[in-house]
Design a binder for this molecule. Structure first.
Ligand SMILES: NC(=O)c1ccc[n+]([C@@H]2O[C@H](COP(=O)([O-])OP(=O)(O)OC[C@H]3O[C@@H](n4cnc5c(N)ncnc54)[C@H](O)[C@@H]3O)[C@@H](O)[C@H]2O)c1
Length: 397
């Protein structure tokens, strides 16, 4: 079939397998261009491995450090008649490239919040790798089914204390709007912490530790976002920020847990990038369009793969392991420069629907958003017939 993009709200409901493969190949080429990673991990588990930062982590570990990887994600396979999710095609493309390079790659498609999924991963590690020396936690999900009770909990994307009002962009109409978001109540705050906080990361590390599949000196990282005063009301000071604070709590609990095997646990604070997760956060698309323009002009632009490659190569495994006072790895250092933030603050009140494309990198944002779903990649013939049914080595749950 011939597949064209169909955007509905914050997502594109169609995907292109060849475009997703082009995305993965380009990320692999980027990592390879940096040469081998000294002292890198060799057996890596990535939870949330199919898109965004998790995919970039899997690619960096495999192609920077020749690591065997197990990836966990929740994605939909395509059928003859209907395209699957982008993460499915990304993972198929990763698996193909890893095997071509002689690297071990196994994937588990299932609910990472479930005990069954943890048990399956433990079984795989025991059977194939023995132990892992790195665990990346990169889940982004609006819902979590609690493993103990089966209760389905939903997160909320809301401010706390007062209504949030700000200029935002309606990405369907390409118009500036005034976004109003009502504050969360106590239950919504607690629920968001349950879904996106640190509990599930802790459960993973406990299960892996108890099964004896964590190697001496194991490193685990979970990804977070803090941002600045521009996004604080909706993010860091809102429900998601509370969940991310809980990740800091979990990181110190896991650090304690791993100390007997000289393991480390850190939250890595990453920059804002275009992913399916960030597209759903009010104000993020406008802020990203603005900061991308400035960071590109200043020669410090990074997407997922550039951020993660820099983290692995200059902080985690080679270079200087520096953290902030809360033991967080700060990869948002370039984004937080005053040259970027002050310029954003100055630009914010000047942006209108008419000058959006001149004052910000809005066109770049839109193009990158479509690229997440496999559209707009150079070298892909979008007029050609493509089979949406793509199979690879994946354990279904
Ligand atoms: N996007 C940003 O700008 C940004 C910035 C800083 C930090 N982060 C953080 O990085 C992490 C990853 O975010 P992202 O933007 O890469 O998101 P993403 O939406 O691109 O990826 C989410 C991943 O989680 C997986 N997933 C979701 N629910 C699952 C489930 N129930 N079971 C198994 N897998 C599941 C998906 O399959 C996918 O692999 C999040 O913690 C996010 O807060 C993102």
């Amino acid at each position: 079939m011939i597949i064209a993009p169909k955007v509905r709200g914050f997502i594109c409901t169609t995907t292109h397998p060849a475009g997703c493969e082009a995305n993965v190949r380009q990320q692999i080429a980027y990592v390879k261009s940096k040469g081998p990673l000294a002292n890198g991990p060799k057996r890596v588990l990535v939870i949330g491995a199919s898109t965004g930062y998790g995919l970039a982590s899997r690619i960096t570990a495999a192609f920077g450090s020749d690591a065997a990887t197990i990836g966990v994600f929740l994605e939909k396979a395509g059928t003859e008649k209907k395209p699957g999710s982008a993460g499915w095609y990304n993972s198929a493309a990763f698996d193909k490239a890893a095997k071509e390079a002689g690297l071990y790659s196994k994937s588990v498609n299932g609910d990472a919040f479930s005990d069954e999924c943890r048990a399956k991963v433990v079984e795989l590690i025991k059977a194939d790798l023995g132990q892992v020396d790195m665990v990346v936690y990169s889940l982004a999900s609006p819902v979590r089914k609690l493993p103990a009770t089966g209760e389905l909990i939903r997160s909320a994307l809301k401010p706390i204390g007062e209504v949030y009002t700000a200029t935002a962009v309606d990405t369907n109409k390409d118009e500036l709007i005034e976004a109003h978001v009502e504050p969360a109540n106590e239950e919504e705050i607690a629920n968001t912490i349950k879904v996106m906080g640190g509990e599930d990361w802790e459960l993973w590390l406990q299960a892996l530790d108890q099964a004896g599949v964590l190697a001496e000196g194991v490193k685990t990282v979970a990804y977070s976002y803090i941002g600045t005063d521009i996004t604080w009301p909706i993010y860091w000071h809102g429900t998601l920020g509370r969940a991310k604070e809980d990740l800091d709590r979990a990181s110190s609990a896991i650090r304690q847990q791993l100390s007997s095997k000289n393991g480390t646990a850190n939250v890595a604070v990453l920059k804002s990038v275009v992913t399916q997760a960030s597209a759903a956060i009010p104000v993020m698309p406008l802020y990203i369009a603005m900061s991308f323009k400035l960071m590109k002009e200043q020669g410090i632009h990074e997407g997922c793969i550039e951020q993660i490659q820099r983290m692995f190569y200059t902080r985690l495994f080679d270079g200087e392991f520096v953290t902030d006072d809360a033991q967080r790895i700060r990869m948002d250092d370039w984004e937080l420069r005053e040259s970027v933030q002050q310029a954003c603050r100055d630009l914010w009140p000047q942006v209108t629907t008419e000058n959006l494309s001149q004052l910000t990198d809005y066109q770049g944002y839109k193009a990158e958003f479509l690229k997440l779903f496999g559209f707009g990649w150079e070298g892909v013939d979008y007029t050609a017939d493509v089979n949406p049914e793509v199979n690879f080595d994946v354990v279904a749950m």
